[in-house]
Design a protein around this ligand. Structure first.
Ligand SMILES: Cc1cc2nc3c(=O)[nH]c(=O)nc-3n(C[C@H](O)[C@H](O)[C@H](O)COP(=O)(O)OP(=O)(O)OC[C@H]3O[C@@H](n4cnc5c(N)ncnc54)[C@H](O)[C@@H]3O)c2cc1C
Length: 562
């Protein structure tokens, strides 16, 4: 039986293992993290929160997860992960109902995320229009709508060649627009819905994903624009997934960091790894290898011998700096705080906060024996801008201590939740917090006084905090150098969120699609009779295809979109 060595046990690595083991391959996963599976998708036991029962912790996470309805790959895999009699992990997903955009000192805008099926839903839409209309000029609304229409009717080649070369910020001409336009439309929508930075993200990526979400919102049949799990991610998905993989023979090694790939005769001939402070090796030239680490770690594993066989792997090294920080902090509260039934975006917060109030989606999750027993709500917040000065402490998150981050985020939340005489978040509600442990004090910080004498470029490496797991952002002009899952090394395949996929966004969906492509590569190279993994294109409504064809003619003639 052919053996496959998978390096990295995140969503991509586990997805590859799942597809492979179903097709009769023997699979071993080598994962750096000693405690958790699933990579960045993991939830964790917040340390020290098992005061009442040593086995029961409050749940923390690297950052909250959402699974939009256009996901097909990762959700298809979930349908094959049993979580109880007749139930799969997919059944643990629940739809949210709305999205809230808060503002400092003003009423929030609450927008339904699904097609309305009740009079209340219709009213909610009109109320959200009212807030937007009072903030934005007619011209701005018209202009933005025109840009969306342009995206809806543009051909594929224009996306790949023209829109990949322009940032979402420039495409939406945000520089010349009002701050409300920047907060609510160009910057806001992408930050909350797409997790994509308007200033640096390509229009190809931001625009494509935004359209997928808009199509879902307008679809009277789909009610799954935005979904979350009905329990912490490990309980609802990753734990059962690991059990399922192991039951089918996958060997999952934890706490094993792969440090090198060896080559021989134009192929990968083995891996070297570190475990418990000792070095060891595994694999041979007859094995298959799936490199399922994130871009910045994959780049570290590309060596000169590999480049001699496939010079294209150099693109991984070129792309590696295109990562940014996005990490979660969870607040444990002693009073119920449901907010809206969905995600909340804090449009005035300099640190680009988004949140979800989780317990409202976790009907069967018992918090009473966790923490000190008083926690009834968990507000899970993602911090997406780590370099902008805080609204209150004027410091970048990257230069704050953990406690300073906690304090500043809390104040930014309060500034937008306690408005119009309604106070939703008070200091006495806070029982504790968990900041993602990937964000930790830097071993070489320097004081601001010293920094003042350093050139900007020199300052880059000297911050209070380091982040062990940043996230890829698809910046402009990078599609052309994004690698395919199949490499020029006959037994090496790539599976992670940076690989070229239809999804084209660093997400669990992109990671899963990449894994399927890697497995299909192994099936082809090994002349396997097993069926290939399904891969789906993103949805385009039929009616728009005609207009996209018209644009394809224009594009071929070198004409602009009209
Ligand atoms: C805060 C935050 C929120 C997010 N929210 C969403 C969301 O709502 N929806 C969504 O779809 N996506 C979301 N994402 C993105 C998504 O989490 C990632 O794109 C996806 O999980 C990537 O999976 P992966 O397997 O490719 O990489 P990873 O999750 O990074 O997994 C790679 C694994 O490889 C291991 N590894 C690394 N180097 C080595 C080595 N040398 N040897 C052995 N093992 C190694 C790592 O420990 C890790 O477990 C979010 C990301 C962040 C940061």
């Amino acid at each position: 039986m052919s053996k496959v060595i998978v390096i990295g046990g995140g969503v991509a690595g586990m997805s590859a293992a799942h597809e492979l083991v179903e097709r009769g391959f023997q699979v071993e996963i080598f994962e750096r993290n000693p405690s958790y599976v699933g990579g960045k998708a993991r939830s964790v036991d917040a340390p020290g929160t098992n005061q009442l029962d040593p086995a029961l912790f409050l749940p923390g996470e690297h950052g909250f997860r959402f699974f939009p309805g256009f996901y097909k790959h990762v959700t298809d895999t979930m349908k094959r992960i049993p979580v109880g009699p007749g139930k799969s992990a997919f059944d643990n997903l629940v739809s949210t109902e709305n999205m809230m955009m808060t503002q400092a000192g003003a009423q929030p805008m609450v927008m339904p995320v699904n097609f309305p099926t009740s009079i209340e839903g219709v009213k909610e839409i009109f109320r959200s229009f009212q807030t937007v209309a009072s903030e934005l000029s007619d011209k701005e609304i018209e202009f933005f709508a025109g840009k969306i229409w342009q995206l809806m009717t543009s051909c594929k080649d224009r996306y790949t060649q023209e829109y990949d070369a322009i940032s979402w910020w420039d495409f939406t001409e945000s520089d010349r627009m009002s701050s409300a336009y920047q907060r609510l439309l160009s910057g806001g929508l992408t930050r909350s819905l797409v997790a994509c930075k308007a200033q640096t993200g390509s229009t190809r990526t931001c625009g494509t994903i935004l359209l997928q979400l808009l199509y879902l919102m307008m679809d009277p049949v789909a009610h799954d624009t935005d979904r979350v799990f009905n329990a912490p991610t490990n309980d609802a998905w990753l734990g059962p997934w690991l059990a399922h993989l192991q039951a089918h023979g996958v060997v999952y090694h934890r706490g094993v960091e792969v440090t090198a790939l060896r080559t021989q005769g134009g192929k990968i001939s083995g891996i070297q790894y570190q475990q418990d402070g000792r070095s060891a090796s595994a694999g041979g030239a007859d094995d298959w290898y799936v490199l399922a680490t994130p871009i910045e770690r994959a780049a570290n594993l590309i060596n000169e011998d590999m480049l001699k066989i496939d010079a294209g792997l150099k693109n991984i090294i070129t792309l590696a700096p295109n990562v940014e920080w996005m990490n979660g902090i969870q607040f444990y509260l002693n009073r119920r705080l449901d907010l809206n039934r969905g995600h909340t975006m804090y449009t005035d917060s300099n640190w680009a906060l988004t949140s979800v109030s989780q317990v409202q989606f976790w009907p069967d999750y018992d918090l009473s024996r966790r923490g000190n027993g008083t926690v009834v709500s968990i507000l899970s917040v993602d911090i997406s801008n780590w370099v902008a000065p805080g609204d209150f402490n004027n410091k970048a998150a990257i230069d704050c201590s953990k406690e300073e981050i906690r304090e500043e985020v809390w104040k930014q939340l309060q500034a937008e939740l306690n408005v119009g005489g309604v106070v939703q978040l008070t200091d006495d509600m806070l029982v504790g917090y968990y900041l993602d442990e990937d964000v930790r004090p830097s071993p070489t910080p320097v004081s601001n006084a010293v920094k003042a004498h350093m050139a900007d470029a020199d300052q880059a490496g000297f911050h209070q905090m380091i982040n062990l797991e940043p996230l890829l952002v698809n910046q402009i002009n990078t599609w052309a150098i994004r690698p395919e899952a199949v490499t020029g090394i006959a037994n090496l395949f790539l599976a992670s969120d940076y690989v070229r996929t239809h999804t084209d966004l660093a997400t669990m969906e992109g990671a899963n699609e990449a894994a399927r492509r890697a497995v299909n590569g192994i099936l082809a190279a090994s002349h396997s009779d097993a069926p290939s993994c399904d891969i789906w294109e993103l949805h385009t409504p039929l009616i728009l295809r005609v207009l996209q064809e018209v644009d394809a003619f224009r594009f071929a003639k070198g004409e602009p979109w009209n």
